[in-house]
Design a binder for this molecule. Sequence first.
Ligand SMILES: [Fe+2]
Length: 192
Amino acid sequence: MAYTAKNYDHLKGGAVKGLSDAQLDQHFTLYKGYITKLNEIEEKLGSVDNTKPNYSFNEYSELKRREAVAFNGSFLHELYFENLGGDAAVSSALASALDAQGGKDKLIADLKACALGGPGWAILTRNRRDGKLHTYFLAEHHIGLPVDQDLLVVLDSWEHAFMVDYGIARAKYLDAIVDAIKWSEVSKRFGK
Ligand SMILES: [Fe+2]
């Protein structure tokens, strides 16, 4: 199955406070590149010879090594774009889960601290093992994502997400982006 890039133009025109159209356009282009590569990798894997896998180099092995980069690169971006738009509609179930761990402000502060760790992703999840909310930092799309998680908030902390609008001021971008979280979408994810 070929994946199709989604259109997020509705986020432009000031819908995400703190992100300009120029910044979003750059990011949409980058996201579409991951979808293209994901389709390319899956197509090649459909016909490549898998009988001589190799640690140093083999086409099949290399495609397998990069498959999760393109997959997570595609869908982490979709989760990110879809949890932007800025509303405060936290469901009562999510509010209870946030309160049980010190409250929304405390968890958001921790999410920002994660994101300040460097280029990568900061995520708020529901860990299915202990049922609690957790924050995690992923240094790359395919490295550091713990298993058995429901991804609730996904924040892109790679420079390409903010350089146009904020230069190297990652903290200023993060201040703006946590205020632009669309809590109705987060609540929907939590309710699933
Ligand atoms: Fe990104």
